[in-house]
Design a binder for this molecule. Structure first.
Ligand code: HEC
Length: 106
């Protein structure tokens, strides 16, 4: 492979990981969320939403909205406050990587 192609590919990988977040790191961080959102993103509290399979773009936007205050919720405002941009990207990568299946009622 020509050197230039290899460099471009390496650059593309770096760029992808910088934006996409790390699933494994997100999974670790999500331990703090599992009590309400479930260990695999299916909510265990009746008033908490499922996060499994949700779009990473949506999850990132909501977590930043809680952190910044434009979306307010007693619990989530507190949970999102200490999260860094990387934490948010990683959490979004983890929850969006979970595959969900739906079934229409018979
Ligand atoms: C004590 C329970 C609890 C914990 C812990 C918790 N959440 Fe939540 N979460 C909620 C509830 C309840 C809502 C619904 C809030 C609302 O109405 O805005 C919510 C909403 C959200 C939403 C918005 C979902 C949507 O569909 O718009 C995201 C994203 C989210 N939580 C992520 C997290 C992450 C990531 C963590 C861990 C860092 C976490 N939550 C920890 C209870 C919790």
């Amino acid at each position: 492979m020509p050197v230039r192609t290899a460099l471009i590919l390496a650059g593309a990988c770096l760029a992808t990981s910088a934006f996409a977040g790390e699933v494994a790191a997100g999974r670790l961080k999500a331990a703090a969320c599992a009590v309400c959102h479930g260990p695999l993103g299916l909510a265990t509290l009746p008033d908490a939403p499922n996060l499994a399979g949700q779009s990473a773009i949506y999850l990132t936007a909501q977590l930043k909205a809680y952190r910044g205050g434009s979306r307010q919720h007693e619990v989530m405002t507190l949970m999102a406050k200490p999260l860094s941009d990387d934490d948010i990207d990683n959490l979004a990568a983890w929850y969006s990587s979970l595959k969900v299946q739906v079934q229409a009622p018979p």
